[in-house]
Design a protein around this ligand. Structure first.
Ligand code: TNX
Length: 511
């Protein structure tokens, strides 16, 4: 006997999908392992997303929003709104499978009528969602059935990051970038599985974050920038908004207050901090290395205690970056005294210190993270002491270096960095003697001496930042320039849809 339910179920007509190949899709970063099964999942108005738990529901809602903007489909999350006859499901599920080795690992099983996305954490699910977004074609197939289907190739994807830290740095001090501009940058970075935005919040030319206990920092120090423009700063509410926006994309913001050099704007606001023996004047040029705090003054440390306390209280992430680079007018012993003292202040506020490679001259603790930009020997010294290293070698990862001699923006002190040079290096072997276990990850800094708005930012950042995303996430066996440049060519539609002013290098045959 046939049950009432079964008898009333409309019979699903078997659709014959065109042959697909999941392993030949243009995913960036390239997943660890892909097994194609050559059929398709038809994303349509009849698709519904189901998620486990409220954190996963946020991820589901994010997917639904992105599906809407790409296809105009309204896909509901955890409700079947009655109007649709849901016959295709996307399940986003927490899993404790041992195959999920890191918090950001995920597995994607794409079948003809369901997609299963499994992850240990919402962050892992979020990374998997980015993969799924990239698999949704730009155009629907309108001939297979009576409604449009966006055909996603079937198969399995097993994926995990190579490095736990995949960062981009933005210098908002040399030129200020608004909250909306930073959000747009975060959106694009998140699509490529970045998980860190490092904000360079202070430098000689400007101070960019409100500190309630030292208000002149933004009143005076916030009012200048390179070239004499108006500058600007984030209120603490603005900063909270950015932190929250990034958190929704499972990214952290690392605040950097650059010290003891690169401090002209702070000393202009409060001359008592100054230690270079000269009268402080506002500075809107692009020289480096002329300013320093007075490292023997107690006020400098009570100032930093206030600044770090206020910023740490706005920062859910584990790190506080103290800069530490190019302190050319600080005596070496004063510099070391300073770094060691400030490390204790950062730790007192429950953060791990981070600093540019010069900090390793001091006796820093193993929990402090050293960011390599130009001195492998200092990175090696820190690693030997148990510290983790973030790799940002100038000649490979500096987004502010020109692509070629004709580049409209950028500097060239670390060389020209065309799109292939940016991609063709292996972080795991870049520093001789530095073991993979010591490498926390990679970060691409964008210094802003030559750029002052989002179009100029995008011109320098893209497409190079997309390559660093792959170098940071994909296994080195999966990083291959010929394969990458072909996949990158297919990303124009995303970049155009996002209105990104990328540099259309001739090294890529853009679609
Ligand atoms: C060096 S890299 C700097 C910055 C400049 C940058 C320009 C580093 C830690 N310091 O102050 O903006 O070069 O490329």
């Amino acid at each position: 006997a046939i049950s009432f339910m079964a008898a009333c179920q409309p019979k699903k007509r078997e659709i014959i999908f065109p042959k697909t190949d999941l392993s030949k899709t243009a995913l960036i970063p390239k997943p660890l392992k892909t097994v194609p099964t050559n059929s398709a999942f038809g994303l349509s108005k009849n698709t519904v997303i189901y998620t486990s738990g409220s954190k996963y529901e946020q991820v589901g809602l994010f997917l639904s929003e992105k599906v809407k903007s790409k296809t105009d489909l309204d896909i509901s999350v955890n409700t079947n709104n009655g109007e649709v006859s849901a016959d295709r499901h996307i399940y986003i599920t927490e899993s404790d499978s041992v195959d999920l080795k890191t918090p950001e690992s995920y597995q994607l099983y794409i079948k003809k009528d369901s997609i299963f996305l499994n992850a240990k954490t919402a962050a892992g699910a979020f990374r998997g969602i980015q993969t799924l977004r990239q698999l949704i074609p730009n155009k629907s197939n309108d001939t297979l059935t009576d409604h449009p289907l966006w055909l996603i190739p079937t198969g399995k994807i097993f994926d995990e990051p190579k490095f736990e830290y995949r960062g981009a740095m933005l210098d908002v001090a040399r030129h200020f970038f608004t909250v909306d501009e930073v959000k747009k940058y975060v959106d694009i970075l998140a699509y490529y599985k970045y998980n860190v935005l490092h904000l360079h919040l202070s430098d000689d030319q400007g101070w960019r974050i409100e500190i309630k206990s030292w208000p002149k920092l933004t009143q005076i120090g916030g009012a200048t920038e390179v070239g004499g423009g108006a500058g600007g700063y984030y209120t603490q509410d603005d900063y909270r908004e950015l932190v929250e926006y990034a958190a929704q994309r499972h990214m952290i913001i690392i605040p950097e207050i650059d010290t003891p050099g690169h401090t002209n704007a702070a000393s202009l606001s409060y001359p008592i901090l100054n230690g270079n023996g000269k009268t402080v004047k506002s500075y809107t040029g692009t020289r480096v290395g002329f300013s320093t705090f007075d490292t023997r003054k107690d006020t400098v440390y009570s100032f930093l205690d206030d600044v770090i306390r206020e910023i740490a209280s706005l920062s859910p992430g584990p790190y506080f970056h103290i800069g530490g680079d190019e302190s050319h007018v600080t005596r070496k012993r004063d510099y070391i005294h300073f770094v060691e003292k400030v490390e204790k202040i950062v730790q007192k506020h429950n953060k791990q210190m981070m600093g540019w490679n010069e900090i390793a001259q001091g006796n820093i603790s193993a929990s402090t993270v050293t960011q390599l930009w130009n001195e492998p020997h200092n990175a090696l010294k820190a690693a030997k002491n148990g510290s983790k290293i973030v790799l940002s070698p100038g000649e490979k990862t500096y987004l502010d270096m020109k692509y070629d001699s004709l580049s409209k923006y950028g500097l060239d002190w670390a060389g020209l960095i065309p799109v292939d040079v940016a991609y063709k290096w292996n972080p795991e072997t870049y520093v001789e003697g530095l073991s993979t276990e010591s490498i926390l990850g990679i970060e691409a800094p964008l210094w802003s001496e030559t750029i002052s708005n989002i179009e100029e930012l995008e011109y320098l950042a893209f497409p190079r930042a997309i390559g660093y995303a792959e170098l940071g996430w994909s296994s080195s066996e999966n990083c291959n320039w010929e394969g990458y440049r072909k996949r990158l060519a297919m990303h124009v539609s995303f970049l155009n849809r996002m209105n990104v002013n990328y540099y259309p290098t001739k090294l890529v045959d853009w679609e």
